[in-house]
Design a protein around this ligand. Structure first.
Ligand SMILES: NC(=O)c1ccc[n+]([C@@H]2O[C@H](COP(=O)([O-])OP(=O)(O)OC[C@H]3O[C@@H](n4cnc5c(N)ncnc54)[C@H](O)[C@@H]3O)[C@@H](O)[C@H]2O)c1
Length: 433
């Protein structure tokens, strides 16, 4: 099949590359010329495990192409995917301007039948709105389909190649059949399509993300309570998770969720409820707990130093909002750094893949290490903000000889409590005594 993907970011580039991997001809479009030029030259603009191999293989096989010209994409493909940003507006709603603007441009260009498949996370009613836009302003017949994306950064290629479900929201039999044909190679172990109306498809995406965010905020509150009563959240988590109605995944407390999805999607769903005077009461709390959790963690550091942070030197490990990605959007580490910088602290930071994106934000306000132990030199404390596996085996003698003080603030419960105690490291984690 001939496919165009408009928006070549985390979702668009992974989708386009994985579609090419199953033999399709794919044209990835972006209005960021720098990104397109880099990809045309074989340079991949994001870090995502396994993506580089697939990207290079399909580029070399002439199945994966890049362009900044939307007209080229419209002429080339019958199936046009939208993987465009839907960032947060000031009132918490989702900004639809990217999706609507590109749709208008496609409507002006299309002269024959197209299927517009929207992968962006969009408010309930958007697919209908975009369908209406095409029905009233396009010379050709167009089917607009909601096909929300559920991939996780850090596992995006795996998630795309073996999806747990593919949600298709449409009433067009032809469009549904075309998408089922396209996704068939990823469904070889069994049919995992969820075919539904477009409104339900749009809501499925928001409801899924909001539920996952709720699990995280719930566990963060449980962890904070554990600290007050001397309970250990690891035991509580395992005790809870062994009930298969609860399940043991996504029950890890930390310093709050970040990234480009949960924070904005929770707020967008809340706004959708408010607009219809059907408030999502739970989501207000989920969002509030998440904002507070970053402060709870930072306050532990401030309290330890009795607020005297001027001149304190911190090593910080983990900058991306979660392991496996270079995405630093809404990364809790950034909150910690900004807050302590303002009080006169300094930072040397390390992350396996997110240094470049961090540098774009902080520039020379902080120092960057090439490997984790380099960041530790003469530090007053180590702060862990992302649970990269690389951090799990601490070289204790080296740690102790590098640091001014053997002190760790662990926002992700990376280290073993007993071990820390046995080797004499002062250790503050989340929800553990
Ligand atoms: N990142 C995720 O893990 C994830 C998962 C599921 C769903 N989503 C949703 O998918 C959508 C895209 O997210 P993302 O993380 O890939 O965003 P992103 O910011 O990584 O990528 C968006 C891309 O679109 C490009 N773009 C912007 N305007 C354009 C235009 N007019 N024409 C062509 N290209 C344009 C940008 O340059 C950028 O490269 C969002 O709605 C998001 O909520 C994201």
């Amino acid at each position: 099949m001939k496919i165009a993907v408009i928006g070549s970011g985390y979702v668009g580039l992974v989708s386009g590359t994985c579609f090419a991997e199953t033999g399709n001809q794919v044209l990835c479009v972006d209005n960021n010329q720098e990104k397109i030029t880099a990809m045309q030259a074989g340079k991949i603009p994001i870090y995502e495990p396994e993506l580089e191999t697939l990207f290079q293989r399909n580029r070399a096989a002439n199945r994966l192409h890049f362009s900044s010209d939307l007209a080229e994409a419209v002429a080339f493909a019958e199936l046009i995917f939208l993987a465009l940003p839907t960032p947060e507006l000031e009132d918490g709603g989702a900004d639809l301007s990217y999706v609507l603007q590109v749709s208008k441009e496609i409507a002006a260009l299309a002269t024959e039948y197209k299927i517009i498949v929207n992968k962006s996370t969009v408010p309930v009613g958007t697919t209908r709105q975009v369908q209406e836009l095409f029905d009233t302003s396009c010379a050709a017949s167009v089917d607009v389909v909601a096909n929300p994306e559920f991939l996780k950064e850090g596992f995006a290629v795996q998630d795309f190649m073996k999806p747990q479900r593919v949600v298709i929201g449409s009433s067009s039999e032809h469009a549904i059949a075309q998408l089922q044909k396209l996704y068939a190679p990823y469904m070889r172990t069994g049919n995992r399509y969820q075919i539904m109306d477009c409104v339900s498809a749009e809501l499925t995406k928001y409801a899924s993300n909001a539920f996952l965010a709720t699990k995280i905020s719930f566990m963060n509150e449980i962890a904070n309570y554990c600290e007050l009563v001397g309970a250990n959240v690891d035991h509580v988590r395992q005790g809870m998770g062994s009930d298969d109605r609860i399940g043991n995944r996504f029950l890890f407390p930390g310093i709050g969720y970040g990234g480009s999805c949960f924070p904005k999607d929770v707020k967008a769903l809340k706004k959708l409820g408010d607009d219809l005077e059907q408030p999502f009461t739970i989501l207000s709390a989920v969002d509030r707990v998440n904002t507070e959790q970053k402060k709870v963690f930072t306050a532990k550091i401030e309290a330890h130093f009795k607020g005297a942070l001027q001149g304190k030197k911190f090593a910080l490990w983990g900058l991306s909002f979660k392991p496996g990605t270079d995405d630093v959007r809404e990364a809790p580490a950034f909150y910690v750094i900004e807050t302590l910088l303002k009080q006169g602290a300094s930072f040397t930071v390390f992350d396996p893949v997110a240094i470049e994106n961090t540098r774009k934000h902080f520039g020379n306000r902080i120092h960057y290490a090439n490997e984790p132990n380099e960041a530790l030199q003469n530090a007053d404390a180590l702060i862990v903000c992302t649970e990269w596996n690389l951090f799990r085996n601490l070289d204790i003698p080296l740690f102790k000889s590098s640091m001014r003080e053997p002190l760790i603030f662990d926002g992700r419960n990376v280290f073993d409590l007993q071990e820390m105690e046995a080797v004499g490291i002062s250790y503050f984690s989340i929800g553990r005594p």
